[in-house]
Design a protein around this ligand. Structure first.
Ligand SMILES: C[S@@+](CC[C@H](N)C(=O)[O-])C[C@H]1O[C@@H](n2cnc3c(N)ncnc32)[C@H](O)[C@@H]1O
Length: 165
């Protein structure tokens, strides 16, 4: 299968064999590619039922093992060590999706306001470990971000405090 340069750059950032959750997967091309060629376990999610139906049709067409779910952002997801992909949306929406305290690695490709996205990630104690710029009609920035040790510790403390209330 042929992916756009942007989607290919996203797939290149994901190591083989990883668990992946793709938020706003739409057609699920990234997940299909990652399962088919990099043996990743993927969950393709989208807020739109129609998009998930489109994803299911593609998953069947390419005969791959990709799970799907209709949900808004991170709602209803039990996170462990998956890499979370959020791509093809604007920074405002991405920030809303990333409001909960999480520690997962992130691969993000926002269509807007990259400096604002970077500031937000910093505030959330994420450090950008890789950044790519891909020209595909327009130039896209793709970021791999990891929670800092301090950030992970803060999330743990918050969880403990909540349990004790
Ligand atoms: C332009 S598409 C991007 C598709 C693909 N990720 C890409 O990069 O080409 C944006 C997708 O995000 C979905 N979306 C928007 N807001 C969302 C949210 N809060 N939670 C999950 N999906 C959302 C839309 O339904 C749409 O399918």
């Amino acid at each position: 299968m042929r992916l756009s340069k942007r989607l290919m750059a996203i797939c290149d950032l994901i190591p083989a064999g990883q668990k992946v959750i793709d938020i706003g997967a739409d057609h699920a091309f990234v997940d299909i590619y990652l399962n088919k060629y990099k043996n990743c376990q993927c969950l393709a999610t989208d807020i739109s039922k129609e998009c998930i139906q489109k994803a299911k049709n593609n998953i069947q067409k390419y005969n791959v093992n990709v799970q799907t779910m209709v949900t808004d952002g991170l709602n209803n997801l039990k996170l462990t060590d998956e890499i979370i992909i959020i791509s093809g949306m604007g920074t405002k929406r991405i920030k809303k999706i990333l409001t909960p305290d999480i520690t997962n690695d992130l691969v993000i490709s926002s269509h807007t306001k990259i400096p604002d996205l970077k500031k937000f990630l910093k505030r959330k104690h994420y450090k950008i470990s890789q950044e790519k710029h891909v020209s595909d009609k327009k130039t896209y920035t793709i970021i791999y971000a990891k929670k800092t040790i301090w950030g992970k510790w803060l999330v743990q403390i918050k969880k403990k405090l909540k349990k004790n209330v």
